[in-house]
Design a protein around this ligand. Sequence first.
Ligand code: ATP
Ligand code: MG
Length: 489
Amino acid sequence: MADNFPAGLRLAADDADDAPIPADKRQVIKKYIDKLFGRRDRVTHKDARPVIYGADKHNIRREDISRCARKTCEELQRAGYLAFVVGGAVRDILLGMKPKDFDVATSATPEEVRSVFRRSRIIGRRFQIVHVLCGPEVVETSTFRAHFTREADEDNRDEHGRMLSDNVFGTQAEDAMRRDFTVNALFYDPVKEEVWDYVHGLKDLKAKKLVMIGDPATRYREDPVRMLRAARLGAKLGLAIDAKSREPIPELRHLLENVPQARLFEEILKLLLSGNAVECVRVLRELELHHGLLPLLDTALDDPETGPFAMAALRATDERLAQGKPVSPAFLLAALLWGQVEKNLRKFEDKGQPTIPALHNAMHEALDEQRETLAIPRRFDATMKELWLLQPRFLQRGGHRPYRLLEHPRFRAAYDFFELRAASANAPQEAAKWWERFQDTNPDERERMLVSDEAGPKKKRRRRRGGKGKGKGPGEGGGPAPSDMSPET
Ligand code: ATP
Ligand code: MG
């Protein structure tokens, strides 16, 4: 257990217990230590004391805290409990960033929190937290909780050391210790404007270091997702992952295979939508944590044909987020899997299948392959497929087809996708430019812009029903390439 504590909290008396010192001498040493440090021998990690930084020692002002989080802490303190803003919000403000949300940690039990705030509700079953509501704002309020069941540590882990449950109330010190990185374990009291630090988090933050609390290997075994969090938070915060926290990753990265798919996917999505996707993916690859997560992260980024497009999609996502624009996870996922879809498409076309049936097969195969490693929830399937299926239609610029495509409910997203491909040399630039003009111009000019159909596909157009010929003939439209999906482009 002692290995789980930060080195600074290791107790002299604990170490003395293991040493081969006779009992009487031990007593003398113990008394000496008592005298030196006050009754430090009694102090277990459970009662460890924090370093408290006053308002003049840090840059958080209570105005930086949302009104609801402030009120939650004030009211709880007034009712006699300890209450602090904790975790990501404190860390972000200290780094001069704007927090996404504010979480409160308190000594009050969920029931007690509930009784202080009329507008609150208890949520969760395994570990209850309370949502305190003020106007539209919701503050997640959790009772201090311990690292894991104090008694039955061994029973509480699977055979790889992964923690199975995490639902015991604890002291504030324990609540600090159960967190992942030291910079994530800082408490801010908006009443006294103090930062309470049990784990040297503030020092690490100043040194721009991401340091795992306790023994890193043990903590990654308990929860392998912490390895992904290291990559994401390191990238997001511009912190270097501490050498000791990085060291066990190569031998433990395989444990990610045991993490439930839904949780893994959630973390990957957080990473991709963090606003620093490019940097996150770089760190993931550096730590070699990317294997099996998305085919893209395995191989496609290195692929000279599709890599630039995948990278461009990551970059575009980061840029949109920086401008406060909404991003669609399905769009990004479709972009990340596009390389695989194209590869499969070529395979089916080489077997003699026409483009559209080949594209259907290619999509399904790409999604199936993906499901073997990291399942993308099915709710994204429909949008991704639509984006993919609309791609060949951007090369059809004769007759009614461009008008029909323009009216398609997914036109905008599909066009953005196509444009990004063109900008990454994955589709003809000229076609993307054509579409840019076609959207904006007047009806007469549109008519003039139509590119007369070429031989092959034109015949198919005559088919009125069944739509089988629809969207066929990738060379149609006079574009420079025979097919935007062909290996040459
Ligand atoms: P973000 O900026 O993405 O919100 P965050 O650090 O706030 O980053 P959350 O998932 O919101 O991440 O978690 C809130 C806090 O809970 C963290 O700051 C950390 O203290 C703790 N925490 C989250 N995940 C873990 C984990 N896997 N193991 C230990 N502690 C964790
Ligand atoms: Mg958070």
